[in-house]
Design a protein around this ligand. Structure first.
Ligand code: HEC
Length: 224
């Protein structure tokens, strides 16, 4: 009984801590800005973004479609304060920065079967919502890219690429600028409020998909 009380008390204080830090982040959305510009509105190449919130990966291997524009994988990250704001309010705050890393295709075989696996990184791109700085851009979003393919390195800054990039985003992204339809993490978080959707125990796809379960159990049995 004593042990249970202690454990319960531990859980309560821990979740209160979480709530405190979450609302602190959401109540001060303007405080920390992750997008850094120089005097000419060039965006300094974002740093440390692999420690931000991971939105997801899209996979568009050239082997599947020779006409694909951005081969072969895109890993996408959003700054944590803007993610907290999105979770609280269901909209993108001013200053939101989303970074996309592009990767070549790597192996096509693994111990679980054939597929597409990630290879070398070759480009860092970003989009930033800043309506004051970019009043002519749709909802204030502008776009940036850093690869210098001739020198095989990343540049330190990028000029705003504007309509060169925005055309698809403005026309085919479901929420008007960000490809919301490709990021379940972003869909689940939209306006969720306090707490985190990944802590819920509903995983309908997995529970319903007995075939998937049977395949895994079969595989594990064969290993014995
Ligand atoms: C031909 C259409 C098209 C053009 C042009 C385009 N994009 Fe995108 N972009 C997409 C699609 C589709 C996705 C989501 C799936 C993916 O990553 O391929 C995306 C995703 C992104 C993302 C991740 C966040 C999001 O909105 O989903 C960033 C950042 C991004 N693009 C930046 C750029 C930059 C910088 C340029 C210009 C160099 C650019 N895009 C040009 C179609 C385009």
């Amino acid at each position: 009984m004593l042990a249970i009380t202690l454990v319960t008390a531990g859980i309560v204080s821990c979740s209160e801590e979480n709530k405190k830090s979450e609302s602190a982040a959401a109540n001060t959305p303007q405080e920390k800005q992750y997008a850094v510009f120089d005097a000419n509105d060039n965006l300094i190449r974002p740093k440390d973004y692999r420690s931000w919130i991971f939105m997801g990966t899209s996979s568009t291997p050239k082997s599947e479609d020779p006409n694909v524009i951005f081969p072969d994988f895109q890993n996408v990250y959003i700054d944590p304060v803007s993610f907290a704001y999105w979770k609280k309010h269901g909209e993108w705050r001013e200053g939101t920065i989303i970074v996309k890393e592009l990767l070549r295709a790597g192996d096509t075989n693994s111990s679980v079967g054939r597929g597409h696996f990630q290879g070398a990184h070759f480009e860092v791109a970003a989009q930033v919502k800043d309506s004051k700085r970019f009043p002519k851009m749709h909802n204030g979003w502008n776009y940036f890219g850093y690869a210098d393919f001739k020198k095989n390195k990343l540049n330190e800054t990028s000029m705003p690429l504007g309509v060169k990039c925005s055309s698809c985003h403005n026309t085919t992204a479901v929420d008007g600028d960000v490809f919301y339809q490709f990021y379940p993490v972003i869909q689940a978080a939209k306006g969720y409020g306090d707490g985190n959707p990944e802590n819920e125990n509903t995983r309908l796809g997995l529970v319903a998909d007995y075939k998937y379960k049977a395949d895994v159990i079969d595989f594990v049995k064969k290993q014995k």
